[in-house]
Write a protein that binds this ligand. Structure first.
Ligand code: FE2
Ligand code: FE2
Length: 278
């Protein structure tokens, strides 16, 4: 398809993040029923009135990177696969690349190299996944090879509206205990240099923070998506302790409408409807 014709396609990419699945019938941190949260999110995706061209999960797929946790995740995600929606998985700091590859051998986006980076053309959009995981660490980083690959990949299709997805956001959020386990300052600065000369980057979308935070950055909009399960409490006090809470979980929908990328947060779960417009 000619680039201009492709740009006109309406394209919906749905993002889930920070599912933190543990093995069947167990609770995350002995308290949080992440399996039920994910079931609700999957059903929310299935009930959308516009069919997603892809479903993306931006890391912390499971809580301890164990194969049996990925086995259970696979069962929970099966309705998305059965519905024929392409599914893209990315690692976060709670994940383990080898266990992911073992349980999801048909997921080409996980690759075989030292990191799970990928690029995919989806309808009008280009989706670039950047793996920020450092084995056994909470913080994230990008290698020189990854940054070179990002630069090359963006240069290949400068006209195509692009979403970059990653687990650790490339900015400081103000939630101190999370910023301490953020993306390295060097990687943040290098990415900013690359993205700022690629105006086709419509959005940089991330996980890790378990809540929606956005800012202008590198000439684009960067945002973290809410978890489909538990949230990180909003607390900007210096030195504040980390805390989870049960703010309403949500899925994120990135809609290319033919000329702009518009991002929606959609409550995850079954909500009563009113009669208005029905
Ligand atoms: Fe997380
Ligand atoms: Fe994380």
């Amino acid at each position: 398809m000619a680039p201009q014709a492709s740009r006109n396609l309406s394209t919906l990419i749905v993002q889930l993040t920070d599912t933190h699945i543990v093995a069947n019938a167990r609770l995350c941190h002995n308290e949080i029923d992440t399996s039920s949260f994910l079931r609700a999110a999957v059903e929310t995706v299935r009930q959308l009135t516009v069919r997603p061209a892809a479903v993306l999960i931006t890391g912390d797929l499971v809580n301890e990177g164990r194969a049996n946790q990925y086995d259970h995740l696979k069962v929970l995600l099966a309705p998305i696969v059965t519905a024929g929606m392409p599914l893209y998985l990315m690692p976060g700091n709670h994940d383990n690349r080898e266990a992911m590859r073992e349980v999801f051998p048909d997921h080409g986006e996980l690759g075989k190299g030292p990191s799970c980076d990928f690029v995919a053309d989806i309808g009008a959009l280009r989706l670039v996944g950047l793996d920020t995981l450092i084995d056994n660490e909470a913080g994230g980083d990008l290698s020189a090879n990854q940054l070179e690959w990002l630069e090359r990949t963006l240069q290949q299709k400068p006209q195509r509206p692009t979403i970059i997805a990653m687990h650790h956001p490339p900015f400081t959020t103000g939630i101190g205990h999370m910023d301490e386990q953020g993306l390295s300052a060097d990687a943040q600065a290098a990415m900013e240099r690359i993205v700022s000369v690629n105006p086709q980057v419509e959005r940089v979308t991330c996980g890790h923070l378990h809540r929606n935070i956005s800012r202008r950055w590198a000439g684009t909009i960067v945002a973290t998506a809410p978890s489909v399960a538990h949230a990180v409490a909003f607390d900007l006090r210096p030195g504040a302790h980390g805390a989870w809470n049960y703010e309403p979980p949500a899925i994120t929908a990135h809609h290319w409408n033919g000329s702009h990328l518009v991002t929606h947060q959609i409550g995850s779960g079954d909500f009563p409807a009113t009669r208005y417009g029905m």
